[in-house]
Write a new protein. Sequence first.
Length: 381
Amino acid sequence: MHVVRAPGRVNLIGEHIDYCGLPVLPMALRRSVRIAFHPRSDRETRLVNRDPRFAPSAFAVNESIAPAPAGDWSNYARAAVGAVARRFPDLRGVDALVESDLPIAAGLSSSSALVVAMALAILHANGVSVASLELMELLGKGERYVGTAGGGMDQAIILGARSGYASRIDFHPLRLTPTAVPADWQFIVAWSLVHAEKSGAARQAYNERTQQCDEARRLVAARLGQPADITYPALLAAAPVEELLQVAGATLSGLLSRRFRHVVTEGTRVPQAEAAMAARDLAAFGQLLDASHRSLRDDYDVSHPELDRLVALAREAGAAGARLTGAGFGGSIVALCRAERAPGVMAALGERFYAPRGAAGDVGRHVFTADPSAGAEVLPA
């Protein structure tokens, strides 16, 4: 019997831009998905989840695994196994017991943590090793099996995180650059009590935004005389943000102009936030969090009244800044404060957000400090 641990993640800044090829700045959490597993002698894989809401599942390891019904939790495990099996044929299956202390559908990447954990379990059971960057790329593409056209941030940080650090993730080529989180900073995660689903209407809205961003990029590129296939990073390198926004305003519809404005301004906030963290400038980092939330709310239309309320309450309680984190449409916020202020901020959220909504008894599950964790690993026996 072996155990693999894969952490959730909180994206500090750089939201909805990884699929545009722009850098992001997440860190891993101490909360995680864990899988206890042992190898089988055949290709069958059997999964049982400690959470009774999730029914047992079984499938054969092969390159083309039939999906379970839409929304079924096991599709993330199937995505992982299928991606690995396409790279390494003739793999044996596992018997696996899954458990997690990550909140589900809270924007903290519990689904990608399951993908990574399941991939590591299958690889370890078959004595196969894969370079970390290759596995990040493999699983980033493999998770699209579930129907969400996401980028590769989640798989990269879950596999590549370092304890005590946030990591800037660049794409094409994929690489991680760590920055130490100052010891006197405290990030706080708070769930809005609204599930951030990855299926149905939410998935459609997410995928629509990837298409809108791509269309906006092509139209602005044409107006600037740039190649139609120019990337967002190359576009930002080719012209100042102010010029890009001016061209977008004159070229795009109101909706596409707002989507474009979020992508290019959020893209500039990531290196600014990285520099603020390196300089231990908490006030500057907080202002960038606030600006990111306004952009996600007003230009990208992915916030929710409960997220907006949590952000406002965190700021009123003494946070230097706060914003929604993850895909939005529900889920969680991340707030930043001095470490000594964290208990007061969390107590205020309990009293002013969770208690009026009848959730005071579970407040410890809904709001918690986020300490930068190490990436996924197979634990020593």
